[in-house]
Ligand binder design. Structure first.
Ligand code: PLP
Length: 435
């Protein structure tokens, strides 16, 4: 019997990020200036991002070296284990072999720290003193707060007002790492002040918090902005997940037939899938399936249109070519806050249109039922976001039993749900049904 927990030594932390742009069958459509609709060049992004990250955003090389000092910090929690979910297979009574990559083992409890560390380090290298960002439920804010402290930067987080009030523990976590956290809308920016003037009790929104963080960064020489998903360089950083997983599956003596990840902006899905997708593009693994899973209440891949749209709700960012529900779309307040984004990463949208990946959408109640079943056999309580990947895994594992096949399924456990117990409380007491 192979190991349940498939680990790699620290020497196997990847030395390069994998850039799928080098292997795309057709080139990616570039971002456009919102007013002129001309292609956005590096200069337009310079007030917000350090030049090293802008270069990565536009890079076409297949492999991009990871600085030694960044790999040094990754040693805190990488390589992350892959688990064979034997107890879960037994509970489901499925002939499928189920594996999961465990990104919940990072100090902040999700994959977001992978890119936060690289982004903070690059900013520090270029003399930046302070980072500004937004956070909804708090996963990205806590990752950037942690990474900023690890490399020696100040961190300013604009946290959506409703989450600030209702999810105090992520806020305390950010403050423990030394970040400044304010409720958005705040009185610190023009965007915040005008929102408060219109409605002093405004609950805030992610779009508004982005506007505040961007305004903060653009208005100060010592400050840059950081984003936790969607952009090419963020997806690039997450490819260490799939590179490690490839080696771990080799150790297990299996190759995945089906890869599954939940999808908000696309970064954890791309991180797991892109390093395997190269095999599908080359024809070596023509039948490999990769499935992005989203909430039925925010179905950007399964119901959105692929067109140029703003990355934020207010319309400040460049136009991105992506699957989108429209930048004014306001998703229902489901518990998987990290999946409530109107669009999808341009790279993920591109590979979906190229027929290289698939997408599925599920309702919140069925997702939580699978999350609880997983916790009861594997021990880990998954983040409500990650639970979408688990539910899709359940569906495919049960379909395999019906069809008499035994596929190898690998899904990404993007985070744990220890800060989401209020959501589990709602489910367990019957207050989550339908969507
Ligand atoms: C933010 C988040 C997501 C969604 O973001 P992606 O960029 O789509 O990965 C998924 N899972 C967890 C645990 C998150 O924190």
């Amino acid at each position: 019997m192979t190991d349940t927990k498939i680990t790699l030594p620290e020497s196997e932390i990847p030395t390069h990020f994998y850039n799928i742009a080098a292997d795309l069958p057709t080139p990616l459509a570039p971002p456009l200036h919102p007013a002129t609709r001309e292609v956005v060049g590096p200069d337009a992004l310079a007030p917000l991002f350090p030049s090293g990250l802008i270069a990565q955003e536009m890079a076409s090389d297949r492999w991009i070296e990871i600085p030694d000092q960044v790999r040094e910090i990754y040693r805190l929690y990488r390589p992350s284990p892959v688990f064979r979910a034997r107890a879960f297979e037994e509970a489901l009574d499925t002939p499928a072999r189920i594996y999961y990559k465990s990104e919940h083992v990072s100090p902040v409890g999700s994959h977001k720290l992978n890119t936060a560390i690289m982004q903070a380090w690059m900013n520090k290298q270029e003399g930046v003193k302070r980072l500004a960002t937004e956070t909804g439920a708090g996963q990205w804010g806590s990752a950037l707060a942690c990474a900023s402290k690890l490399v020696g930067l100040e961190c300013m987080v604009y946290m959506v007002r409703v989450s600030y009030d209702q999810k105090p523990y992520r806020r305390v976590m950010m403050k423990t790492y030394g970040a400044d956290v304010v409720a958005s809308p705040s009185t610190l920016t023009e965007a915040g002040r005008s929102a408060l003037a219109a409605n002093p009790d405004s609950p805030g929104s992610l779009g508004l918090a982005i506007s505040e963080a961007v305004e903060d960064a653009a208005g100060r020489d010592d400050t840059k902005y950081a984003l936790g998903s969607v952009l090419n360089h963020v997806l690039l950083h997450q490819t260490i997940i799939g590179q490690e997983a490839r080696k771990q599956m080799e150790l297990a003596g299996d190759y995945p037939d089906i890869l599954i990840g939940c999808h908000g902006g696309g970064s954890n899905f791309a991180g797991l899938v892109f390093p395997f997708l190269a095999d599908k593009v080359s024809g070596a693994r023509k039948n490999l399936r990769a499935i992005a899973v989203e909430p039925r209440s925010c179905p950007s891949l399964t119901a959105g249109k692929r067109e140029y749209d703003f990355g934020d709700a207010v319309g400040l960012t460049p136009l991105l070519m992506m699957h989108t529900l429209g930048h004014t779309f306001m998703p229902a307040p489901v518990h998987a806050g990290g999946l409530r984004y109107h669009g999808s990463a341009p790279l993920v949208s591109h590979v979906l249109d190229a027929g290289l990946i698939e997408a599925e959408a599920y309702d919140q109640a069925e997702v939580f039922a699978s999350a609880v079943a997983f916790a009861r056999s594997e021990g880990t309580i998954p983040a409500p976001e990650s639970a979408h990947a688990i539910h899709a895994t359940v569906r495919h594992a049960l379909a395999a039993r019906e069809a008499g096949t035994s596929p190898v399924i690998l899904f990404n456990l993007s985070g744990h749900g220890i800060f989401d117990l209020a959501a589990y409380d709602s489910f367990l007491s019957g207050r989550i049904n339908g969507k």
